[in-house]
Ligand binder design. Structure first.
Ligand code: KE4
Length: 439
């Protein structure tokens, strides 16, 4: 596989862009490779600058749930562009997408559009503090909520990939009100509430963690967080930037039947364009300017072209509930197939998965939190990543990210992926065996 054009582009990119990329995880540093630069995508495939074709399991980190270049989404975007790209004034589409979400998702009575998941979470945190008059926030180690200062604490995703739990440049004052609990450990949350009585504004959680690899909430965990927040006068914020509109149209809240006070969205809501949003009960959302005292604004928030992409995608998803059954079936075929291969080969790996989301962990331990996820063999992961790539599979370049499926993926593609996965696991176990014999 020739990737000369990508390598040359990366050399040039490094001269002008920090690390050559506009988001760290795309640098492929953690797998010790120079990244492929993509020139196009369609359906389940992406194409790099040297014309190599790959089955895509990144799906732009979640947004491309209908596959790349869905024609309905694309034509809505193209049509909208013809009438103007941005006005800085209200447009009908903003009302239509807000109405669709509020009509379909009961716990979202009002919603505000922003431009990224980071902005959605940053705004929801400010709103929770403004609404409760309290300052402390409880988050979970390994959860990633974007790069706003107060949440860059024990964060997952790119920080975990780079092996840095926090960030330089974040003053102590920005994180002194951020408390960190252990995912799936309710006692750790209760202890923080007890140690900070009447001071916790909100608990923010990824209802399915997908930034330390995929880690599922254990039975009753989310329901217990709900009860705890209610009893302690704190808000429960579901960060559904990944799970929103993916696990179900109503996200993890619908899937697990747990109602958050506020929810944040990103990725799928934008149909591939830069969109984030936060929403919740009217009495809380009415605190947001210009109605209330919690300020938040954005030049390109609700941008007509971005709204066109998001609205088209959400209309398709809300009109086709059978797509969620399809995604679950594809996920079971892929991740369930991986589990069978791991079992057959006796490989020291585990798979966590739910619906179309999944991760292969290179550790034998059952991964239920950040510390266990960190026991994974990231060097082995890098070898696995390279093997997939050389066999035409474009997956996340980090042990601590998720695999994403789209409705454009099918049995043939999944079965090919399993054939590659099986060859890798067999080769790995044969190597392990011969290493043991040599000792
Ligand atoms: P953005 O600001 O990247 O749009 O969203 C931040 C964010 C917030 N909440 C959750 C649960 C998220 O997963 C994210 C962003 N996800 C990562 C992928 N794990 C974005 C990829 C990247 O950083 O390049």
């Amino acid at each position: 596989m020739v990737t000369e054009k990508s390598a040359a582009l990366m050399e040039k990119a490094r001269q002008y862009i920090p690390g050559g990329v506009n988001s760290p995880v795309r640098s492929w540093n953690s797998v010790g490779m120079s990244p492929v630069f993509l020139q196009g995508a369609v359906g389940p495939y992406v194409f790099d600058m040297d014309g190599n074709k790959y089955i895509d399991y990144i799906c732009s980190w979640g947004p491309m749930i209908l596959g790349h270049n869905n024609q309905e989404v694309l034509s809505s975007v193209v049509k909208t562009c013809a009438s103007g790209l941005s006005f800085g004034a209200p447009t009908e589409r903003e009302v239509e997408i807000a109405e669709l979400i509020c009509e379909k998702i009961p716990h979202v009575e009002m919603i505000r559009m922003v431009n990224s998941g980071t902005e959605a979470v940053m705004s929801a945190i400010r709103l929770a503090r403004g609404y409760t008059g309290r300052n402390k926030i409880i988050k979970f180690a390994g959860n990633y909520h974007g790069h706003s200062d107060s949440l860059l604490v024990d964060a997952g995703s790119g920080l975990m990939t780079q092996g840095i739990p926090g960030s330089a440049g974040v003053p102590e004052g920005c994180t002194s009100d951020t408390l960190t609990a252990v995912y799936n450990d309710l006692e750790s949350v209760i202890d923080l509430f007890d140690a900070n009585p009447d001071q916790v504004a909100a608990v923010i959680v990824e209802p399915v963690a997908a930034n330390m690899g995929v880690v599922l909430p254990q039975e009753g965990f989310l329901q217990s967080l709900r009860e705890l927040c209610t009893n302690r006068g704190a808000l429960l914020i579901f960060d559904e930037v990944i799970t929103g509109f993916r696990l179900a149209f109503g996200g993890a809240a619908e899937f697990f039947h747990v109602t958050p006070d506020l929810v944040t969205y990103g990725k799928i809501i934008g149909g591939g364009m830069p969109v984030g949003a936060y929403g919740g009960r009217k009495e809380i959302m009415e605190m947001v300017a210009p109605l209330g005292p919690v300020y938040q604004a954005g030049t390109l928030s609700g941008n007509p072209v971005a709204m066109a992409a998001g609205l088209a995608q959400l209309r398709i998803l809300s009109g086709h509930p059978e797509y969620y059954t399809y995604l679950r079936e594809m996920g079971e075929r892929l991740y369930g197939g991986m589990e069978k291969i791991i079992k057959r080969e006796g490989a020291p790996c585990t798979v966590n998965h739910i619906g179309s989301l999944g991760s292969v962990f290179f550790t034998e331990a059952e991964v239920t939190n950040y510390d266990i996820a960190k026991t994974s063999d990231t060097k082995e992961f890098a070898r696995y990543f390279r093997f997939l790539l050389e066999n035409g599979i474009h997956a996340a370049p980090s042990q601590f990210e998720a695999m994403f499926l789209s409705t454009a993926h099918n049995d043939e593609i999944v079965d090919y992926t399993l054939e590659v996965f099986s060859r890798y696991m067999k080769q790995r176990m044969d190597n392990l065996e011969s290493e043991l014999e040599e000792r």
